[in-house]
Ligand binder design. Sequence first.
Ligand code: ADP
Ligand code: ADP
Ligand code: ZN
Length: 216
Amino acid sequence: MRLILLGPPGAGKGTQAQRIVEKYGIPQLSTGDMLRAAVQAGTEVGKRADALMKAGKLVPDEVVNAIISERLDQPDCAKGFILDGFPRTLVQADATEAMLKDKGLELSSVIQIVVDDGILAHRVSGRYTCANCGAGYHDTDNKPSVEGVCDRCGSTHFKRRPDDNAETVVTRLQAYYKETSPLIGYYYAKGKLKSVDGMADIDHVTGEIEAILSKL
Ligand code: ADP
Ligand code: ADP
Ligand code: ZN
């Protein structure tokens, strides 16, 4: 199963990707996570990406294309993968197509998570993750069952992203409309696009995605 999750920042791509990972045992390839790891490690890529990410701007296509190309060659991608936050531009979409063609593979489906713009600042500014296992939470909409303790691993350490604030959301949403939203038409024209209602609660969205995956 080779999937792309498409949607603006805060739509719920990461949340749903984690659930697909658990159910189907295929890896989640999040360029955002990979870039944050590169920033943390202080690599050349990290140095290039840091300021752009803090400002809510996209990192250059050639940088993310190279990261994904390398990642797709890892053995755990052989049985499939979920692309989360990539591709984000038409150039990246064409590159994805070329990478898959090179390997004799085809995309299974592109799942668009549709949400109202008005909810995104709330989603993003309340977002935090477990510092140990990466499980995602929200201050009001998706709290751990015991306050301050990760449901998945029991850790009591959590973190927030420096770019998850109401100011960068505006820039990130602009980048989404300008650069990423054309991918909706791109994949629709290829007959790959499916949409789910991202305003529904998390379990309901998962149910809609599973219904799509069960028909692939
Ligand atoms: P993305 O990866 O698309 O940027 P996330 O999956 O990180 O988005 O979700 C953004 C925030 O919204 C997180 O705090 C998450 O817990 C919360 N969230 C995700 N899906 C829903 C939903 N369907 N309803 C309410 N909150 C959600
Ligand atoms: P979100 O799902 O909330 O938009 P991500 O974690 O996917 O956040 O991305 C965080 C930041 O990393 C983006 O604002 C951008 O600067 C950079 N980034 C991630 N993926 C890409 C990509 N495919 N192309 C360009 N920049 C990217
Ligand atoms: Zn955890």
